[in-house]
Design a protein around this ligand. Structure first.
Ligand code: AMO
Length: 435
């Protein structure tokens, strides 16, 4: 008999069908029992009333793999819900030990460490599944949007010889007789690629040896990478980022509607124009919005609290989950960021803040060899470690810009998760390398 999925049973009313899945729960009475079966589409109640069937489930535990044959009928008192009547059950693979955590509840009552330590099991929880389906829909939407805009997907390497972002946040790995570095981003490769394709994107892993145990930092993260040629102003690239986000949010609201309902989350539409302010303006807003309590006006960067306040400000004044902040100081941005023409201490750079923290970052890039090489040296990068990248700037690189958006942080902001690890299936951080 062909297997039917849980959300298809209404179409088979009155006919015998087979379901396959896991025992979500059982309720055993004297003459009958309910077995709730979970499959990838949801839950179905199966009614067992033959003594030999009741015997089979006497000692089974939840998460046992089962096959059930029965007849779909409308549940008593319900117009929409169907159950499987007169069911017979086959135990395909019994559970061997008592589960270390209870997962068949709507809301998992576990602290984050327990949730993550038991991830192979806790992903089976219905709400947890919804999170990761949405995470997948977001990535599919990013890819769909990029392809619809004539952007070529490329696949950057992750084992490199040096730094792409500067700083000391690099993992070193033994590479035969040499040491190699794990990629901090696809930055250098996406820039190289625009010389051929003009517009490229990737969904690429990045590794950051950051010892921050914050709610936003992973040591292994993923980025929505993008780079585009013949762009020399911030508005043009931020318009593109705005449309990327809009497309993704719309796709998630449509394709992820069922999962969002399971999670009880309503997502705001992206407004026609995402608010855009310079870093200096943002610091003034933060000062005013906090009644002078948060004063970053003399700081060279946005503080986490400042970002939080900007997120709240965007929501309050523009009904937007997103705000762009532009023109960060040169000393805080990576070597490839173009210096601002009017104020040499600033760069033509930008971040996107969503719901109170940074989810994306980018800049118009330096596109001349000498300036780029000099900028790398000033930031402490040995030019010989990025020679192949630097050399391509001798051979005709157009003005270009791009962005990197955190894949996990995007989902975190969308689902309003307090911690990025909640939306990362198997997170890696300073304290965690398993499961
Ligand atoms: P940046 O270093 O700001 O810029 O990274 C871009 C985005 O990637 C995400 N991200 C992280 N997410 C989780 N844990 C981390 N440790 C982590 N580090 C970064 C963030 C961040 O906004 N090459 C540039 C981008 C560009 O200019 O195109 C870059 O990597 O959401």
């Amino acid at each position: 008999m062909e297997r039917i999925l849980s959300d298809e049973i209404a179409q088979h009313q009155g006919k015998q069908i087979m379901l396959k899945g896991w025992i979500y729960n059982t309720r055993i009475f004297k003459d009958f029992a309910f077995v709730i079966l979970r499959d990838r589409r949801g839950l179905v109640q199966c009614v067992l009333n033959k003594p030999e069937e009741l015997e089979k489930i006497k000692d089974v535990q939840v998460e046992t793999v089962i096959e059930v044959i029965g007849t779909p009928i409308k549940q008593q008192g319900s117009e929409e819900n169907y159950e499987l009547a007169d069911s017979s059950i086959k135990i395909v693979n019994p559970v061997m030990e008592v589960l270390p955590v209870i997962i068949n509840k709507k809301i998992l009552d576990l602290n984050l460490d327990t949730l993550l330590n038991n991830r192979p099991l806790t992903i089976r929880n219905v709400k947890q599944q919804a999170i990761f389906r949405i995470h997948g829909i977001a990535q599919q939407a990013y890819r769909d949007f990029m392809l619809s805009r004539d952007v070529v997907e490329f696949f950057p390497p992750t084992i490199l010889t040096g730094s792409s972002e500067g700083g000391s946040e690099l993992f070193t790995v033994k590479y035969f007789e040499k040491d190699a570095k794990l990629s901090q981003s696809a930055q250098l490769y996406k820039q190289i690629c625009i010389g051929a394709f003009e517009r490229v994107f990737a969904i690429a892993k990045c590794f950051r040896a950051e010892k921050y145990a914050t709610s936003r930092h992973l040591t292994e993260a993923t980025q929505y990478e993008f780079e585009m040629a013949f762009v020399d102003n911030i508005d043009q690239i931020l318009d593109f980022l705005q449309e990327t986000i809009r497309f993704m949010v719309t796709a998630i609201k449509t394709k992820g509607a069922k999962d969002l309902k399971t999670l009880g989350i309503e997502i705001l539409d992206v407004p026609p124009t995402i608010p855009k302010v310079t870093m200096k303006e943002a610091q003034e807003i933060v000062f005013k919005e906090s009644d002078g309590k948060q004063d970053d006006r003399l700081e060279p960067d946005m503080s986490p609290e400042g970002e939080r306040i900007m997120g709240a400000w965007a929501k309050k004044t523009h009904q937007s989950n997103y705000v762009f902040i532009t023109h960060y100081p040169k000393k805080k941005r990576a070597f490839y960021s173009q210096q601002n023409a009017e104020d040499g201490t600033l760069t033509d750079s930008y971040d996107c803040i969503a719901g109170g923290f940074e989810i994306a970052s980018g800049a118009i890039r330096i596109n001349t060899y000498d300036t780029l090489r000099q900028s790398a040296i000033e930031k402490g990068i040995d030019p010989s470690t990025i020679e192949d990248y630097l050399n391509i700037f001798k051979y005709g690189m157009p003005p270009h810009a791009g962005f990197g958006m955190g894949v996990e942080r995007f989902t975190q902001s969308l689902l309003e998760a307090a911690n990025v690890r909640e939306v990362t299936m198997f997170p890696r951080d300073v304290n965690r390398l398993t499961p």
